[in-house]
Design a protein around this ligand. Sequence first.
Ligand code: KMH
Ligand code: ZN
Length: 272
Amino acid sequence: MEKLIITAAISGAEVMKENNPAVPYTIEEIAREAKSAYDAGASVIHLHARMDDGTPTQSHERFQPIVDAIKELCPDVIVQPSTGGATGMTAMERFDSTNITPTPEFATLSCGSCNFGDEIFENTEDIIKTFATEMKKKGIKPELECFDKGMIDIAMKMHKKGYLDAPMHFDFVLGVQMSATVRDLSFCVDSLPPGSTWTACAIGRAEFPIAAATIAMGGHVRVGFEDNLYLEKGVLAKSNGEMVAKVAAIAKLLGREVATPAEAREILGLGK
Ligand code: KMH
Ligand code: ZN
């Protein structure tokens, strides 16, 4: 089976230190969390920026020193800026995270609107087309975030219309809108166009069971504070590294090797 790419979603835009004191806000804290994940086997860092007080921001002026600090500690890691940001941000505000130097090789692209708790995470077709067009111009490979099964169909429609190139890489985010079950994950995987690669993540307590299923099914795994704060029932994770290490241990038990950043670039076709 293909080697396993582990993505660490180290910061997110919603969780706060009140939820887990290890959630990083400052440049140093975010870089430290990236390093802990990288040392444990993560080859991709999914990145949201925060101001020092924890407020989420998509400003390239804040992303730049964070990415520089991460690259200083883990030079070959793949940094994947979020273009989802936080609910309530405008689309162009969200996309500012890609205006860093050098241009990111990878970034997220959400493929539809959905409920996010009591708020709406807005991704109209116009927003998707604009982000996809700009990412193509900049040479950024999109990770297609699918919070619901219909978002796979939207991505396929965008591919047909020429906005997205194949092979596409998908990330199934379970437990926000669609359920965090192997049934829904299997439906998503069965719906993919041939040649696609995919990652899955699940919110909350389903994180590790879905990671185990994903490893067995041949997909790639995302874990981290953005998705879940606990290492096990009642035990807060002290770092993203602890969660990545748990995934690497499950992979080892199941006989799946973990990819290095260079191997992850090859699998994802980054820079092509
Ligand atoms: N924070 C969510 C509203 C992404 O990073 O691309 C959106 C999100 C998706 O996290
Ligand atoms: Zn995110």
